[in-house]
Design a protein around this ligand. Structure first.
Ligand SMILES: Cc1ncc(COP(=O)(O)O)c(C=O)c1O
Length: 404
């Protein structure tokens, strides 16, 4: 067996299952999950129709690079969303959701022959980054993202000798779980560092279309173009339909950016055997071509967050995020920073599942930046999320000291 497999950590939902093992929630409350970030708004009819209309595609092997019409759908969307002009032939590729691609990307860009290779990840972070780094024979290095800095990743804290060994940097903007969006100044810093040290940036942007401010989140490629880096050197963005169009089961997204890197990524993917089904390609073309359903989807999240956030504010340290569909909240002092105990008790007494923040981060020098926080995915219908919030209010109680 590949010995690197033994370095993989249990996934947060597996740890949650173990945490709840043997607990029977107090009767009287039906279960509400704010745990998993799985979109639960309805899949738009136009995507379902495109799927059923394209079943004839089953009789063909698809090309790994995707049909020209699909690649043009990606570049047309990039033009509308970010005012960018990318070459459909060389600067985009289809992926089967961003998860597999984030993983496969590390296998493509990391050179295991260079001793001490490092992959940088924000902390807290989406756990695939860590597994991708480990299985690429690299060492993940976790860069803190904490409330004191408004959840901006503290790139300045990375030592020089770590930058020198860094081959790949994962960014996540809008962030999971924090909801923070990287500003242009942060992108500039990373691009300058990438130029100096030669690392590649994998920009995970799967929450880019769910936002609460007037202006949409800045994209990595958009930032590069604004900074005069229109060739997207050493930069690849990962975009997905899962959250934008409520199709996590479709497994569809795309990567865009540095043409030379995508050429190697295509080679890797050809052998990996992860071409997108022709049916999914047809549905994806329909999805990328329509913004009405995205606007409607965003409106649903905005309405839900506007209802739930004020309810929780008296009992949790919580604010409306820039973007994404998570609330990343600090727990009250009486829980002594124990997000795991908070999660367990809430489940036992009120049958509400949240995710302990410490499960989403790693201890670095004795500090876990997720400790004392919980992640709530507001993916269920509004009424259910409001009900969950009311139960959390009852659970925490009225007289709460939030300076935990
Ligand atoms: C930060 C982040 N990146 C990537 C993904 C993967 O999404 P998908 O594979 O559905 O595109 C997720 C899913 O929850 C996520 O939270």
């Amino acid at each position: 067996m590949n010995p690197l497999l033994s370095r993989l950590q249990a996934y947060p939902f597996e740890r949650l299952r173990q945490l709840f093992a043997g607990i029977t929630p107090k009767p009287g409350y039906h279960h509400i999950s704010l745990g998993m970030g799985e979109p639960r708004h309805a899949t738009p009819a136009l995507i379902q129709r495109a799927l059923s209309d394209s079943l004839a595609g089953l009789s063909n092997y698809p090309a790994t690079a995707g049909e020209p019409a699909l690649r043009t759908a990606f570049t047309a969307w990039l033009r509308r969303r970010y005012d960018l002009s990318l070459d459909p032939a060389s600067q985009v590729l289809p992926i089967n959701g961003s998860r597999e691609a984030l993983f496969a990307f590390a296998q493509t860009v990391v050179d295991p022959g260079q001793p001490g290779a490092i992959v940088l990840c924000p902390n807290p972070f989406y756990q695939i980054y860590e597994g991708a780094a480990l299985l690429a024979s690299a060492q993940p290095y976790f860069v803190p993202s904490v409330a004191e800095r408004n959840f901006a990743v503290d790139w300045d804290s990375v030592p020089e000798e770590v930058w020198q060994r860094t081959q790949l940097v994962f960014t996540c903007s809008p962030g999971n779980p924090t909801g923070a969006v990287m500003p242009l100044s942060e992108w500039k810093k990373l691009f300058d560092l990438s130029e100096r040290y030669g690392f590649v940036i994998a920009s995970d942007e799967c929450y880019s279309e769910i936002y609460f401010r007037d202006e949409p989140p800045l994209g990595g490629l958009e930032a590069a173009a604004l900074l005069g880096r229109g060739d997207f050197l050493k930069l690849v963005s990962f975009t997905s339909l899962s959250k934008r169009s409520n199709v996590p089961g479709l497994r569809s997204g795309f990567v865009a950016g540095d043409a030379a890197i995508l050429k190697s990524f295509l080679l890797y993917r050809t052998y990996h055997g992860c071409a997108m089904s022709p049916i999914v390609q047809a549905a994806s073309i329909a999805a990328w071509g329509d913004e009405d359903h995205v606007i409607e989807n965003r409106a649903q999240y905005r309405d839900k967050f506007a209802q739930v956030t004020p309810l929780l504010r008296p009992v949790l340290d919580v604010a409306l995020p820039d973007a994404g569909f998570y609330l990343w909240a600090g727990i009250a002092a009486r829980f002594h920073g124990d997000d795991v105990a908070f999660t367990r008790e809430l489940f036992a007494l009120y049958n509400v599942t949240v995710l302990p923040g410490s499960f989403l981060a790693r201890d670095v020098q004795g500090c876990n930046p997720g400790a004392g926080r919980i992640r709530m995915a507001l993916v269920a219908p509004s009424a259910e999320c409001v009900q969950a919030a009311q139960r959390i209010v009852d659970f925490v109680g009225p007289s709460t000291n939030l300076s935990s």
